[in-house]
Design a protein around this ligand. Structure first.
Ligand code: ACO
Length: 151
């Protein structure tokens, strides 16, 4: 918290973040689709039920009470590494009007901390080549390659 620019606050995802424009922030990433408060609630409740697996954090711009940035870490349970846990960072998004203020970095730091606290032996993510320098600044190093199969 102390490292955030003044006027910003870090929170776990909250039930009423739909009204704070949470999905608008995600739209910097990809198509979000036409949501209603009901479709939002059903996904929010699913994640809440699995709150040892899904951890979403947000940064709110306190003045406007709107979401400025978000990110998620998913905790995967494995047999390897003696029932090891792996953290997967997903859906990092900073609203375009708030980019370049270290909010992305703060989100990643918070997610890395959650990964450590939950006992993960590593935290990994997929990103575009253009975002590699950002993740390097966040302490990540390139490893192997990403593959995708779209349905
Ligand atoms: N290229 C080079 N350096 C970069 C870039 C970039 N594309 N983006 C940020 N940086 C650097 C900054 O200059 C800063 O460096 P400094 O400490 O030397 O000043 C450092 O990385 C931290 O930058 P932040 O200010 O925290 O970056 P920001 O808050 O703008 O967040 C982000 C970066 C998340 C990439 C944001 O621009 C964004 O939301 N982009 C669109 C969506 C996106 O691409 N999300 C990531 C998808 S990958 C995933 O979700 C796993």
């Amino acid at each position: 918290q102390s490292n955030l620019h003044e006027g910003y606050k870090l929170y776990p995802l909250r039930a009423n973040d739909f009204e704070r424009g949470y999905l608008d922030v995600l739209s910097v990433l990809t198509e979000v689709g036409d949501h209603t408060v009901e479709t939002w609630n059903s996904q929010f409740q699913f994640m809440k039920k699995h709150n040892d697996t899904y951890f979403t954090v947000t940064i709110t711009d306190e003045k406007s009470d709107r979401i400025a940035a978000t990110g998620t870490i998913l905790i995967e349970h494995k047999f390897v590494h003696k029932n090891g846990l792996v953290g997967h960072i997903e859906d990092i998004a900073v609203d375009s009007s708030h980019q370049g203020k270290k909010l992305g970095l703060r989100i990643i730091e918070a997610l890395k901390f959650i990964g450590q606290l939950t006992g993960c032996y590593k935290v990994i993510l997929d990103c575009s080549v253009k975002n590699i320098p950002f993740y390097e600044k966040c302490g990540f190093t390139p490893k192997e390659s990403q593959m995708a199969w779209y349905i």
